[in-house]
Design a protein around this ligand. Structure first.
Ligand SMILES: Cc1cc2nc3c(=O)[nH]c(=O)nc-3n(C[C@H](O)[C@H](O)[C@H](O)COP(=O)(O)O)c2cc1C
Length: 199
């Protein structure tokens, strides 16, 4: 199967692992092993976090195991329709209270740094990730036994690049095949001076 590649029109020459990353909804059907998942989590583990509090907590399931099915049950139907192509599913959660028992304002930020490491490490080894906000958070919280001081953030689907778009419902195939990725220009979000609202 020809691997679908996207065009990423960068203005500066960034590293390949960032440039070639994108979020497929179709994945190759080659399984991902538990040790490959551990490699991704190892990359996440070394992310920085406020006071090194490491608020991230991850539930992971491999296709064919019960955890995978239990995570699938927590996804909204739109995501279930394509995430069934994934070889690994994760639920990401974060600690809501800090070391002093107060609101841990930076917890989601720190979980984001963790996941940033995970997806770039994944891309380095040919594994793609697709984040999902579309998860029933309350259900996932209960299903996996989280206590009140933890919140559910996302689910994430992983699989190798190179899936057949025909795995997808027709409504999603066009977006999957779209070649060009787009982003705001740097000047629209970064200022060497005062903030300027986006036009
Ligand atoms: C926090 C977060 C939540 C997302 N939720 C969903 C989702 O529920 N379903 C989905 O299909 N894509 C979801 N996405 C994927 C984004 O739409 C995608 O990352 C974005 O369009 C940029 O595309 P790229 O990752 O290929 O560069 C989510 C991404 C993030 C970071």
């Amino acid at each position: 199967m020809q691997k679908l590649e996207k065009t990423t029109p960068t203005d500066y020459d960034i590293m390949e692992e960032i440039k070639t990353r994108w979020s497929p909804r179709a994945f190759d059907d080659e399984p991902i092993s538990e040790s490959e998942v551990k490699l991704l989590l190892e990359a996440g583990r070394w992310a920085s976090s406020s006071y090194n509090q490491q608020p991230w907590r991850i539930i992971y399931g491999l296709k064919g195991d019960a955890v995978y099915d239990r995570i699938m049950e927590c996804l909204i139907p739109f995501n279930q329709d394509w995430a069934k192509n994934a070889q690994v599913l994760m639920v990401t959660a974060y600690k809501k209270t800090n070391k002093d028992g107060d609101d841990y304002f930076h917890a989601l930020h720190d979980l984001g740094l963790f996941m940033g490491n995970v997806v770039i490490q994944a891309n380095h080894t040919g594994i793609a990730a697709h984040h999902m906000g579309g998860i029933d958070q309350e259900k996932a919280h209960k299903t996996f036994g989280f206590t009140d001081d933890f919140g559910i953030a996302t689910a994430v689907a992983f699989g190798r690049y190179g899936g057949d778009v025909k795995q997808l419902p027709e409504s999603l195939q066009e977006q999957e095949l779209e070649k060009k990725r787009s982003r705001m220009k740097i000047e629209e979000f970064a200022f060497n001076g005062d903030f300027k609202p986006k036009q």
